[in-house]
Ligand binder design. Structure first.
Ligand code: ADP
Ligand code: MG
Length: 238
């Protein structure tokens, strides 16, 4: 069963339609990229899956349970935001532990998870620092660590690299790909960057004007674009 499934989902803000009849299924362990220009609805779609926005029409199911029956906290998905959204007054350790303490997890289990995530992201030496004492790339790793410790069913990334400089963006992208391979985790990754999409995705969902232009592997989208828009956006040959 696909962990995340959308069936003819639509949404408007006021009378502006921002998501139009979207159907897709994210497979278990898949890294699916939502690729599209600014304003194409990528973040709204991700926020609906996270439970941060309601849907107007259609059905969203997570592990077979319809979203109306799931509070955001019950969805077991972890979102990583573009601006990191760290707590400035807490150490790196506590930023990662906070969400787990809130759900009443035992202190031992919390320590195990925080240390394991820190090791995985090679940031054990940063645990006692506060966000102000970190570089942009390190902050982004903490934000990813905070998602990992939840051991979520799926990770939702909203343009996680867009605030990093070019070199760091490439490095973090490679780290993310490695993390995905190691964890075999289900991930949705939102970006407007064709290179990120091409290098990270198992499958790409190309969005434009609130609708899906094409769903396919990077090669399919690149070599057999379904529309002029897709061809232009991903820079297909010919
Ligand atoms: P993307 O992430 O692809 O840039 P968004 O999902 O952020 O696109 O936005 C899609 C459209 O929805 C845009 O036209 C945006 O202005 C509009 N929009 C997003 N959030 C809101 C909101 N809370 N209220 C009104 N309009 C919104
Ligand atoms: Mg966005």
């Amino acid at each position: 069963m696909a962990p995340i499934k959308l069936d003819s989902v639509s949404k408007s803000f006021g009378n502006v339609n921002v998501i139009n009849d979207i159907s897709l299924a994210v497979e278990s362990g898949e890294l699916m990229v939502f690729l599209g220009p600014s304003g194409s609805g990528k973040s709204t779609l991700l926020r609906m899956i996270a439970g941060l926005e309601t849907i107007d029409d259609g059905a969203l199911t997570i592990d077979g349970v319809r979203s109306e029956n799931l509070a955001p906290g019950q969805r077991n998905v972890a979102m990583v935001f573009q601006n990191y959204a760290l707590y400035p007054h807490m150490t790196v350790h506590d930023n990662m532990a906070f969400g787990l303490r809130n759900i009443g997890m035992s202190a031992d289990e919390i320590e195990t998870r925080v240390l394991e995530a820190a090791r995985m992201l090679e940031m054990e030496e940063l645990l006692k620092r506060r966000p102000a004492q970190l570089s942009g790339g390190q902050r982004q790793r903490v934000a990813i660590g905070r998602a990992i410790v939840k051991e979520p069913k799926a990770f939702l990334f909203d343009e996680p690299l867009s605030n990093l400089d070019a070199a760091l963006r490439v490095r973090t992208r490679v780290e993310l790909a490695r993390l995905h391979n190691r964890m075999q985790a289900t991930m949705i990754y939102v970006t407007h960057d064709q290179t990120e999409a091409m290098t990270l995705a198992d499958r790409i969902v190309v969005l434009n004007n609130c609708r899906i232009e094409q769903i396919g592997t990077p090669m399919e989208v690149y070599l057999r674009p379904a529309s002029r828009f897709v061809a232009g956006f991903v820079g297909s040959p010919g």
